[in-house]
Design a binder for this molecule. Structure first.
Ligand code: IPE
Ligand code: IPE
Ligand code: MG
Length: 249
């Protein structure tokens, strides 16, 4: 399945390696607490895991990796944690973008970035421009992202662009304005940290995604854990509404 196609409108082509993996990186705070460290130490350690997972995806030939870094609800956390996360994000952007570029990775951000400080917005814009023509792996960071926000902003743009709301409104009319229209829908969703919920991540795009939940905390999610997730994916039968007999034909 490529850009602009939809798992509910046509059955996508699938293979043993997911084309697109979307991850909720959860469990940093608990990882730190287990070690009697401040939560912030867990967030810092989590960046290491991000580096390793990007490498694993490149090595396996995954084409799209989407990471949930900060949700539209994470502003509800204590002020000092929010500002630490912002500093960490700014630092990671400043240090990592050139390395991503050297490795042929295209960098994208989805979410309402207007709420971030201008330094962060500039890093994001510069990073997206610099890496726009890379094609090895597309790394998308979801920052101040919410699935409901995404559907609403798409709806707003659709209404703005159409003189009247199209009478025959279909999926495609709306989907073209979703913030990740450039990517196929995720094949595999991974959530670390033991919670079995979507937490307002890619609500629209996860319609037929295979879901994988692990108790492993994000800072402990190493190459072996990544391989386990891929192995689990390889055992799934993706039916997209069909019967097993049809799929096995
Ligand atoms: C995920 O780890 C990182 C962010 C949400 C930014 P948490 O900070 O949610 O860690 P836990 O769930 O408290 O362990
Ligand atoms: C989801 O994790 C958001 C990110 C990983 C960025 P949370 O830890 O915020 O999710 P809830 O609040 O437990 O659902
Ligand atoms: Mg959490």
């Amino acid at each position: 399945m490529s850009q602009g196609t939809s798992s509910t409108r046509e059955i996508p082509e699938t293979g043993p390696i997911p084309k697109h993996i979307a991850i909720i990186m959860d469990g940093n705070g608990r990882w730190a607490r287990k070690r009697y460290l401040p939560r912030m130490a867990g967030h810092k350690q989590g960046i290491e895991t991000v580096r390793n997972v990007i490498k694993s995806c490149s090595d396996h030939g995954v084409e799209y990796l989407t990471l949930f870094a900060f949700s539209s609800e994470n502003w509800r956390r204590p002020d000092d944690e929010v500002s630490f996360l912002m500093q960490l994000f700014a630092g990671a952007l400043e240090q990592e973008i050139s390395k991503l570029h050297e490795n042929g990775i295209r960098f994208k951000v989805i979410g309402d970035i207007s709420r971030f400080e201008s330094k962060i917005i500039q890093f994001i814009q510069k990073g997206e421009q610099l890496t726009a023509n890379n094609s090895k792996l597309t790394l998308t960071v979801a920052a101040n992202y919410g699935g409901r926000w995404d559907i609403l902003q798409a709806m707003r743009r659709l209404i703005e662009k159409s003189a009247d709301l199209p009478v025959h409104l279909n999926e495609e009319n709306l989907a073209q304005y979703l913030s990740m229209y450039y990517a196929p829908e995720p094949d595999l969703f991974i959530r670390t940290g033991g919670e079995c919920r979507i937490s307002n991540f890619l609500l629209w795009q996860l319609a037929y995604t295979e879901l994988y939940f692990t108790d492993t905390l994000w800072p402990d999610f190493d190459e072996k854990e990544f391989d386990l997730a891929i192995q689990s994916y390889q055992q799934r039968e993706r039916r997209f509404g069909q019967t097993s007999e049809q799929v096995q034909q």
